[in-house]
Design a protein around this ligand. Structure first.
Ligand SMILES: [Zn+2]
Length: 163
């Protein structure tokens, strides 16, 4: 019998404080009201939702005015997660997708639920399912997931530039 330690299990964690700053605060305040507030680039006019770090990836300039985008959006790309992992809370298979909210020019990632993974497709129209209001924080976690709206799929040309 060996005395070698082959494995240990220990909890680890990192505590940090995020300073949103003026470029992201309106987005976080919007989430506390159940709204998606992004920002427009003053140079190229792209609308970022979420507003990332407050700068335009294309121009490098600071994002400008607030823009409230729609609650609904279109799945541009997605992946089906089939791999179990430690701490997983969602039953596999499940779908993680890039969603282009109506009025936004950049997609964001979120879960897709209330539909079989095999039925998810590019162009599918989706809407958010919000947590109960008394659980809301300034976080995208206020949205539990997105689900299909039942609308006809968006035309490929409407999101082809996002791929
Ligand atoms: Zn720009």
């Amino acid at each position: 019998m060996s005395d070698d330690v082959l494995r240990i299990r220990t909890p680890i964690g990192i505590k940090y404080q995020y300073s949103a700053g003026p470029r992201v605060s309106s987005h976080l305040h919007g989430l506390m009201d159940g709204r998606f507030v992004g920002k427009r680039c003053p140079t190229c006019h792209l609308v970022y939702m979420p507003p990332r770090n407050g700068t335009c990836a294309k121009c490098g300039c600071l994002l400008g005015e607030d823009v409230e985008v729609g609650q609904r959006g279109t799945i541009t790309t997605f992946c089906i997660v089939n791999v179990p992992f430690l701490g997983q809370t969602i039953k596999i298979p499940y779908v993680a997708a890039t969603i282009l909210l109506d009025g936004a020019d950049m997609g964001m990632s979120h879960l897709i639920q209330e539909v079989e993974a095999a039925d998810v497709r590019m162009g599918m129209r989706v809407e958010p399912v919000w947590r109960p209001r008394d659980e809301w924080q300034p976080s995208m976690e206020n949205v539990l997931y997105f689900r299909p709206t039942g609308e006809p799929d968006a035309a490929f040309e409407s999101y082809a530039g996002q791929l």
